[in-house]
Ligand binder design. Structure first.
Ligand SMILES: NC(=O)c1ccc[n+]([C@@H]2O[C@H](COP(=O)([O-])OP(=O)(O)OC[C@H]3O[C@@H](n4cnc5c(N)ncnc54)[C@H](O)[C@@H]3O)[C@@H](O)[C@H]2O)c1
Length: 255
């Protein structure tokens, strides 16, 4: 679909599940070289196919992020595109949210995404290369949602980083954008329906029905809905876009 993505080197965090896994598949199908990183992958940096690498990484660990990016630079040479899909969420009303809930959401979703974007863009600057940063934020970066204080705060932070890095990196030809998914069918969404339903006195099935009823397009999203927009943002078609938070929500969020 996007010939220019052939042979681009793409780093995807959260590659072990859900949206990140879908994005890995989408870039591989375009002929890109893809490094998938996740907490759940075996230790080390492994080549698992001609154009596919797997890396164990805790994105919230600053030292580990730098080590992994150095190892990839040594072995592959460069990273052209970074997509940050690693994420976590804690369900609980604001009055029940603990400091450790707060830290976990901010550490993984906000700091973890930032550390990857910083590391990849630093190396692009050193190599005098252009590139693309694509954050997976959320419509929770634009709205408030009951029972998701720490998560909502972390996603607002990601959109703040998107705009700031976009301005700083624009003169160097590095674009920085975010995707704001709505309700996407993944293991995280299933867990949220179970845990969120429990604190609201609803079953996961009732929450799923409520979810569907809130989407103007009449269905919840798939990882393919998000992956297609990640390809677009990495492609030449999006070369005049930076600092944006693109909603992929079936019409739930329109601002
Ligand atoms: N599913 C949705 O409805 C939805 C909506 C909006 C935004 N998002 C965002 O999309 C991203 C992906 O979510 P998903 O629904 O695919 O969830 P998921 O749970 O299916 O996948 C998340 C992946 O991130 C990995 N991960 C978690 N903490 C990590 C860490 N510290 N270091 C490295 N990897 C880590 C997990 O192991 C997992 O493989 C998240 O940032 C999430 O907030 C999801």
């Amino acid at each position: 679909m996007f010939d220019e993505l052939r042979n681009r080197v793409v780093f995807v965090s959260g590659a072990g599940s859900g949206i990140g896994a879908g994005i890995v598949d989408a870039f591989l199908a375009e002929g890109a070289t893809v490094i998938g990183a996740d907490l759940t992958l075996p230790a080390g940096v492994h080549q698992i196919a001609e154009r596919e690498w797997a890396v164990n990484l805790d994105v919230s660990d600053e030292h580990a992020v730098e080590e992994v990016l150095d190892a990839i630079t040594d072995r592959i040479g460069t990273i052209d595109v970074a997509v940050t899909a690693a994420g976590t969420s804690t369900l609980g009303f604001a009055t029940e949210t603990t400091g450790s809930d707060w830290d976990r959401n901010l550490d993984v979703n906000a700091k973890g995404s930032f550390l990857i974007a910083r590391g990849v863009s630093r190396r692009l600057l050193e190599q005098e290369r252009t590139g693309r940063i694509v954050f997976i934020a959320s419509q929770a970066g634009k709205n408030g949602y009951r029972g998701m204080t720490a998560y909502v705060a972390s996603k607002h932070a990601v959109l703040g980083v998107t705009k700031t890095m976009a301005v700083e990196l624009a003169p160097h030809g590095i674009t920085v954008n975010a995707i704001c998914p709505g309700i996407i069918e993944t293991p995280m969404k299933h867990r949220e329906r179970v845990e969120g339903g429990a604190i609201r006195g609803m079953s996961a099935e009732e929450v799923a029905a409520e979810d569907r009823s809130q989407v103007p397009l009449g269905r919840t999203g798939t990882v393919h809905d998000v992956a297609g927009v990640a390809l677009f943002l990495a492609s030449d078609l999006a070369s005049y876009m930076t600092g944006q938070g693109l909603n992929v929500t079936g019409g739930m969020t329109m601002h």
